[in-house]
Write a protein that binds this ligand. Structure first.
Ligand code: GRF
Length: 216
């Protein structure tokens, strides 16, 4: 069983999807700890309701980023996690932190990376009149939202979509692709080797795609 820690800042719906999938009989991973950077994160109550250990590393109580990251690292180490899933974690991590967890750190971003790095992705996609939108699960590297993408979920943008409507469909896909990537890593079908991603023993040249036009 691959031990996974999930790190959150907010409501934690991706954390819940990852945790619920882990409770299935065939899961090869389990969630060993949910860590939040603020005590008000709604996901903490969701995690507790699922019977998961939780902890808070309260970012506001640390003098600087390096002190916060030292505490976060210690919490992850103490959990025994071999994989760390950032799920709505709203802080930018230092290159040193990322380096320390290289190949073990995942993130989910609400866009079809490399498009729309950063914030407000749904509104930006609509403003650009793109035909497709989605979410990406990627390994974290020192470049913000720039690490190798493992899997993307794609939805079609419909006429009349609002940031809220498209966000809801993207979120639904996120809840499919993030647990899926955790499973693929747990079963070693996806592997990180020396800075590159391999799928079933071959270099992954393009992200795995989950289409969901039915939801569009
Ligand atoms: C998701 O849209 C994810 O892509 C982004 O933050 C949001 C987290 O949502 N990184 P939740 O807290 O998992 O509900």
């Amino acid at each position: 069983m691959l031990p996974v820690a999930v790190v959150i800042s907010g409501r934690g719906s991706n954390m819940e999807a990852i945790a619920r999938a882990a409770q299935g009989p065939d899961s090869r991973y389990r969630v060993v700890r949910v860590i939040a950077d603020r005590p008000t994160a709604g996901g903490l109550a969701r995690a507790a309701a699922l019977g998961l250990p939780t902890s808070v590393v309260p970012v506001k109580e640390f003098a600087d980023r390096s002190a916060f990251e030292a505490a976060l690292s210690a919490e992850i180490d103490a959990s025994g996690a071999a994989l760390v899933a950032l799920a709505g974690f709203m802080r930018i991590l230092s290159p040193e932190f990322v380096q320390r967890f290289e190949g073990k750190l995942l993130n989910i971003h609400p866009s079809l990376l490399p498009h729309y790095k950063g914030l407000d992705t749904h509104a930006r996609v609509l403003a650009a009149r793109d035909t497709h939108h989605g979410a990406s699960v990627h390994y974290v590297t020192a470049e913000l939202d720039g690490g190798p993408v493992v899997m993307q979920g794609r939805v079609r943008v419909s006429a009349g979509d609002t940031p809220e409507s498209i966000s809801a469909r993207v979120h639904a896909l996120e809840h499919i692709i993030y647990p899926h990537v955790c499973s693929l890593i747990a079963s070693r079908r996806i592997e990180w080797r020396c800075g590159s991603v391999y799928f079933e023993g071959e270099p992954l040249v393009a992200p795995l795609i989950e289409e969901n036009d039915a939801a569009a």
